[in-house]
Design a protein around this ligand. Structure first.
Ligand code: FAD
Length: 440
């Protein structure tokens, strides 16, 4: 039976190695820390949480809560550790970060099917099965190798994204669809009068920004200016930039300023705020951007971020199984695939791990149903149809709509969650899923 190589013992690589090993297949798990540290990690532990110690909402009516429940049912090591190391945090699942990563490290290091190797990997073997899970801070030498394999235009080093909101939370009594000069209906426009603009501008320039890490400063030299920074250049700068009102009329008048949102997915359930790359703290984004007419109750499925992030152009490169289209024995997992967040990264490691195990025993890899949160992320990164592929958190907007219409949002989300868990149970009980001696 083939040995599987997993590169990187972060959130995704740890989960992938566990899933493979639990199926009775031997794994070489490569981790470069502590020999070679990343700019963000501070320990030699596996699955280190580099920033917040929260794995976010634990409620089923929230997409990341659903994702976690699916992972529990798939025997995820990340979820076993999180539930053991849970600390009080209301409706969120926060963990004791030391206990969390120590548990994962000890469990994997003592697993009979896992051989841990502490070194920086600088190449990817042509033979054998490999899962690449080296994360947003993939070492430079390996990033160059990945770029050679995938094509240099398909590897990104920075993530500068504007917030994305759920379409059905935009107030269409205040916002309206139209392109500039009446050339179609491609944008949602949020018009502002002078008073609304000045209040928004004042809150924006005074809002709190996230601290910039040294390795993130480069992004500001890459020609990508945060909206708050642009606003600080003068009261009217935004009105001559991303908020310019030209070509847009409301009842025959040109508004004082206009925020535009552009459709972000083929289904039209998500819209991104044009030109709103930002470094504001997430809470501040919600507070300030909700001042925009039409966005008073907007639900942000992804906040704007500007940080170092190595990721591949998965829609060109990956199958929904996380296999490389051209080299199906190479799989990618984690943030490097364009999923965003601890839990999302681990979830892709889980799918890639199961599929690497199936490949190792000569079986067909699995595509998880798009009705599940875990499958919807795999579908999103591998099949995103737009021009501007950006990393994405778990959210209900990338899952197929229900066949029946449910107006109440909480009930609707509960119904989506029930459908997802049923689809997952069907998959788990199918003959395609189970192999080996382990957890399946
Ligand atoms: P990682 O967890 O980073 O794991 C990758 C592993 O690969 C690392 O252990 C690294 O040492 C190793 N590695 C890299 N190159 C090599 C090599 N050549 N050979 C061997 N090993 C290698 N998400 C959240 O949900 N909440 C947050 O608060 C949050 N904060 C973040 C803060 C920063 C500064 C960054 C960069 C990201 C943050 N993220 C956050 C995003 C993301 O979810 C995490 O980075 C997450 O850890 C990604 O999981 P991963 O497994 O893909 O990568």
């Amino acid at each position: 039976m083939a040995i599987v190589n997993v590169i990187g013992a972060g959130l995704a690589g740890s989960e992938a190695a566990w899933q493979i090993a639990q199926r009775g297949i031997d794994v070489n798990l490569f981790e470069m820390r502590p020999v070679h540290m990343t700019p963000a990690h501070t320990t030699d532990r596996f699955a280190e949480l580099v920033c917040s110690n929260s794995l976010r909402s634990d409620r089923l009516e929230n997409a990341v809560g659903l994702l976690k429940e699916e992972m529990r049912r798939l025997n995820s090591i990340i979820m076993i550790a999180a539930d053991r190391c849970r600390i009080p945090a209301g409706g969120a699942l926060a963990v004791d970060r030391e206990g969390f990563s120590s548990f994962i490290t000890d469990t994997l290091c003592s697993h009979p099917h896992i051989n841990v190797m502490r070194r920086e990997v600088d190449d990817i073997a042509d033979d054998g099965i490999t899962v690449i899970a080296t994360g947003p801070l993939t070492s430079d030498v390996l990033a160059q190798r990945i770029s050679a394999i995938t094509g240099r235009h398909y590897l990104y080093f920075y993530d500068a994204v504007a917030p994305i909101v759920m379409y059905d939370t935009i107030d269409t009594n205040k916002a309206f669809k139209s392109s500039r000069y009446g050339r179609g209906n491609d944008y949602i426009n949020c018009p502002m009068d002078k008073e609304q603009y000045e209040r928004f501008w004042s809150e924006l320039v005074n809002a709190q920004t996230a601290p910039l890490k040294d390795f993130d400063k480069q992004i500001l030299f890459e020609g990508c200016m945060p909206i708050e920074e642009m606003a600080r250049r003068g009261k009217d700068t935004l009105r001559f930039g991303p908020l310019k009102p030209v070509g847009i009329e409301v009842e025959g008048y040109r508004p004082y300023a206009v925020v535009q949102l552009r459709q972000d997915n083929a289904e039209g359930t998500l819209y991104n705020m044009v030109g709103f790359q930002t470094h504001l703290k997430w809470g501040e984004q919600q507070r300030v951007f909700r001042l925009i007419p039409g966005l008073g109750n907007a639900e942000f499925v992804r906040y704007g971020v500007m940080h170092r992030n190595t990721y591949i152009h998965s829609p060109h490169l990956l199958l929904p199984t996380y296999q490389l289209r051209d080299k199906p024995n190479i799989l990618f997992a984690g943030q490097i695939t364009g999923v965003e967040g601890y839990v999302e990264s681990a979830s892709s490691g889980l799918v890639a791990g199961i599929n690497a195990a199936l490949l190792a025993v000569g079986r067909k890899p699995l595509v998880f149903p798009a009705d599940t949160a875990i499958g919807s992320l795999a579908a999103y990164v591998s099949m995103y149809a737009g021009n501007d592929f950006q990393p994405m958190n778990a959210n209900f907007g990338i899952m197929p709509p229900l066949s029946q219409r449910i107006k109440n949002k909480q009930q609707r989300n509960q119904a989506i969650a029930q459908r997802a868990l049923q689809a997952l149970e069907d998959l788990i009980s199918s003959p395609e899923y189970g192999i080996g001696e382990g957890n399946n």
